[in-house]
Ligand binder design. Sequence first.
Ligand code: AMP
Ligand code: ZN
Length: 464
Amino acid sequence: MPLRLYNTLTRQKEEFQPLDKERVRMYVCGPTVYDFAHIGNARPVIVFDVLFRLLRHLYGESHVTYVRNITDVDDKINARALRDFPDLPLNDAIRNVTEKTASQFFADVKALGCLDPTVQPRATDNIPGMIEMIRALIARGHAYQAGSEVLFSVPSMPDYGALSQRRLEDQQAGARVAVDAHKRDAADFVLWKLSSPEEPGWDSPWGRGRPGWHIECSAMSSRYLGEVFDIHGGGLDLIFPHHENEIAQSRCAFGTSVMARTWMHNGFLQVEGQKMSKSLGNFVTINDVLQEWPGEFARYSMLLTHYRQPIDWTRSKLIEARSSLQKFQKWYVPLEIGFSADYDQSAVDVEVLESLQDDLSTPEAFSALHRLATDLANPALQSRPDHNKRLSEFSRSLDLLGLAPRKQLVDIDATRVDAFISARLEARKAKNWAESDRIRDELAAMGIAIKDNKDGTTSWEVKR
Ligand code: AMP
Ligand code: ZN
């Protein structure tokens, strides 16, 4: 069965065919780092993590490149830096805000069982690429400098609006805001704006300034994935204007007919039936949830709803997640334990796989897991010759969904842990920090926490 994904560009489910099977490429818009991420922000992170895992399963781990950016230049960040660190020079204050928030985000999404994307570029490390793109847009007649800004000229692109299915004339007629005097057209949007001496800025051909938000993603996606790539994702709210503008910039700068071939958008999340907002007092951060619930429960409850549907985030869903995961985890066998080699150790259950291949239908995948777990628990079926194979497929299916239990339910093999620790000490002696980190992460995945002692030894304990 082929992988089929709903493409916002064509408004239909399509068979997914990567441009290059050896290098499947996906970009997802990441967070603007000025505050704790909320539980709605967790949704695209979890949904596209499931897709990343599925693509790795289908095409091979080393054949998938997933890029998710960090927006660390934004006026909201500047305002937060001034508020929280009024005594520091602005650049230092900004770095404090962005580093602290980005680290928190990484920790939060790790706890939700998400793999690290292949690359997590920061906007501030990519300013030269943005300047280059803006220069190309001006040279091709798609952008102009006016007042203290460089703007993209929307009427210069005849098919602008294809993703959001908005016609330019409708937008112009419906424009409620008066056209700023310097804009040639109400729909034109900012690529670069000049900074005052107090604001953060970078030198550019148009003067010291900073980029608009949309150009960041065009520059970072093309740097890491090329001018045309396979999948671009984010929440529904990003279709217009953010993704529409990304498409306009990339296509016009590179002269291509598409930017990404498949555009995917997750639905919105509400909390207990209401739009989440600080003023309603129902604003829930990922961190709040993790204080009370293991990350897998939050992940499972998020995936109980198909990614394109709206979610109502309720406590009762977390409770449902707990009971399902407790049922599942009894039958989980880690890959490193395995059984016999007479079947494919990496195979997942066919119904789970087919559900995910049908536009990531996680609710159907969960139904299949429930049926399997019920069978595995049935004494009459446990003597069947394929029992171990089914246990293995069930476990690999949980891995594929990122729902493997973090707590070890099986006994830890101490000799094996000691062998890992010796290998790590060797790697550290050889200053091979990447290998040493890899081993530490592998131990962590087995539920083992390690501590390097002052006397050069390393001790370990099982995390409960
Ligand atoms: P933002 O930081 O607002 O740019 O959002 C980061 C990501 O989270 C984007 O992909 C948004 O579409 C997504 N997002 C924000 N709020 C929600 C929500 N309530 N439900 C689902 N996705 C959301
Ligand atoms: Zn973006």
